[in-house]
Each structure stands twice: as structure tokens, then as C-alpha cells.
Design a protein around this ligand. Structure first.
Ligand SMILES: [Fe+2]
Length: 211
């Protein structure tokens, strides 16, 4: 899914240097070892709330239930990404596919954190009527907009309005973690593929009940 501008505030350090030991230990090898501190998720470990983040999730000055504009979503995503030491303990790595967890949801927005092992990707998708933003907390991600591909490092973010289509993926050789904010909360998504001419072809539609 989904935590999808806006340049952020690069730290000046390389992404690799910013990755803590727990993630650095999971750098891609032939066996993609998952460190004990970032175990493969178990059902009991995946919860729907994150009190320590929820407490500070409501943006100041925003009326309850009012959709947030993309720049505000990017600001929020970057803020959360910058504060990764506060929530990294929640993150898991899943060799079977991207791991994700919703950290917060209210009437106006929702927040997800996603971990990406090397090679994991979303595929082309939109976000229905929701606007959104995502920021890279650890590692590096690549965003494909069909006609343009952009790499995002630590602290960088992208924001977008409704009907925005992209494919986000980890093409690096190290794990990555990102924060995604959507407003209003995601209610539907469509998945796409590219035809022989490079045009988007809709494959499927999903609703909130599917994730
Ligand atoms: Fe997305």
C-alpha cells in the first residue's frame, strides 16, 4: 500500500549511513536474513493502533474530518519519517512481500508504515479519491510514473492528489521503510499494468475491505 512533492530535508548522510544496525543487518544477501529485531510478522503482532503515534497524529489547525491538502500530507509524512526512532520497533520485514501496518486512522486521514526488502514493489496503482504523500524513513525507494522514474532517499517525500498513478519499489540492495499518509482515508484503489505501448491498463479494483 500503502505510506505516496516535494523534496524533503535530506540529512546529508547517505541512506546507508542512516540505516540503523537492525536494518543494516538485513542487507540483501542470497538468503535475505531477517534479524531478530525485525521478525517476520505474526498475526498477533499486527495491531491496528499505535498510541504513541496516534497521540500526535491530528494536524494542528485542521478542522475535524476536512481532507488535508497534499503539501500538508507531505509535511506530516516527512515529520513521521524523521522521527523513525520512535516507531521503528513496530516494523517487521517480510520476505513474502511488503509488510505494512496502519498506524492511525480518523475521519480526515490515515497513516501507514511500509517496509520493503530489495525487489519488493507495489505495482502500478492509484489511490481512488484520496490525496496522499509518502516519505522515506530508511533506505531508498524508486517511484515510477510511467514516463518518469525518480529515486527518493531518506527524508524525501512525494505528495499527490486524487487519481495519481505510480509504482513504488525498492530497487536497492538494502531494506527500506516509508511512511504513507492519505486523506481522506483510502476507500478504493485500482491496479494497473502496462500494455505493449506503455499505456496503463486497469487490472483490478480494491476497496478498503480488502486491506
Ligand atoms: Fe501509492
Amino acid at each position: 500500500m500503502t505510506v505516496t512533492t516535494d523534496s524533503g530535508a535530506p540529512t546529508g548522510a547517505s541512506p546507508a549511513a542512516h540505516v540503523p544496525d537492525a536494518l543494516d543487518a538485513a542487507r540483501a544477501t542470497e538468503t535475505l536474513p531477517v534479524p531478530e529485531t525485525l521478525p517476520v510478522p505474526e498475526a498477533a503482532q499486527v495491531t491496528e493502533t499505535a498510541p504513541e503515534i496516534t497521540r500526535e497524529a491530528a494536524p494542528e489547525g485542521a478542522p475535524s474530518g476536512a481532507p488535508l491538502a497534499p503539501p500538508r500530507l507531505a509535511e506530516r509524512a516527512r515529520e513521521l519519517a524523521r522521527n523513525w526512532p520512535e516507531w521503528l520497533h513496530r516494523v517487521r520485514l517480510d520476505p513474502q512481500g511488503r509488510w505494512y501496518q496502519r498506524l492511525h486512522q480518523d475521519a480526515e486521514h490515515e497513516i501507514w508504515v511500509i517496509s520493503w526488502l530489495p525487489g519488493q514493489s507495489t505495482g502500478f496503482h492509484d489511490h481512488g479519491d484520496s490525496a496522499g504523500a509518502f516519505a522515506v524513513a530508511l533506505g531508498t525507494l524508486e517511484e515510477d510514473r510511467v514516463r518518469a522514474v525518480r529515486s527518493l532517499g531518506v527524508g524525501e517525500a512525494r505528495s499527490f492528489g486524487p487519481d495519481y498513478v505510480h509504482d513504488v519499489r525498492n530497487t536497492s540492495d538494502a531494506p527500506a521503510v516509508s511512511v504513507h499518509v492519505y486523506s481522506p482515508p483510502l476507500s478504493s484503489m485500482r491496479r494497473y499494468d502496462l500494455d505493449a505501448e506503455g499505456r496503463l491498463v486497469e487490472l483490478a479494483s480494491e476497496s478498503a475491505e480488502d486491506w
